[in-house]
Design a protein around this ligand. Structure first.
Ligand SMILES: [Zn+2]
Length: 178
């Protein structure tokens, strides 16, 4: 879960006009994994059929009624959709559940082939399709790894550094009150 928070935050950080929104909303990138508690992991909250309407409504509502919240609405949508895309690139996701009840996966990587005389890079794109049980069957899922924690700490450090000029006055006001 932490890797989703870190990835979406790190990707959005250079574009963010107000990085405090990233700190406040980054946890939303972990939200899709809560479909595991419904027994529908990588299905209900990972499907574009579920997520896209939520994102469209969120961004349209912010644009129409609260333009000040457009940036957080776009970041929230990015968190939700990037989660699914990251899972899909290297793992099975029921991307179009319930319309298409199959698990889909896309592997993209570059191989370096050593022919003995030359080194030839080769782009490999491998789409896979499997039954829905590939993602919903009981099993184990990686919850946390040292890489996830490292990425998350880098993300938090960078975001606080960028948001510090806007956070500092609020913190000083808070400290003066106590
Ligand atoms: Zn996931």
């Amino acid at each position: 879960m932490l890797e989703h928070i870190a990835f979406s935050g790190l990707l959005a950080l250079p574009l963010a006009r107000k990085p405090k929104w990233i700190l406040a909303l980054c946890w939303i990138a972990a939200l899709p994994d809560f479909d595991i508690f419904l027994g529908l992991h990588r299905t209900a909250f990972h499907s574009l059929i579920t997520l896209l309407p939520v994102c469209i409504v969120l961004v349209t509502a912010a644009r129409t009624w609260c333009p000040d919240f457009l940036e957080p609405a776009i970041f929230t949508s990015f968190c939700l959709l990037s989660h699914t895309i990251f899972d899909f690139l290297g793992g099975y996701v029921a991307l179009l559940w319930p319309l298409i009840p199959f698990s889909l996966q896309l592997n993209i990587y570059i191989l370096l082939i050593n022919t003995g005389t030359n080194l030839i890079p080769q782009l490999v794109i491998e789409p896979f399709i499997a039954p829905l049980s590939e993602v919903t069957a009981p099993g184990t899922a990686l919850l946390l790894s040292p890489l996830d924690v490292t990425l998350f700490l880098i993300f938090i450090a960078l975001t606080i550094t960028r948001a510090w000029p806007t956070l500092q006055p609020s913190l000083q006001r808070l400290l003066r009150r106590h």
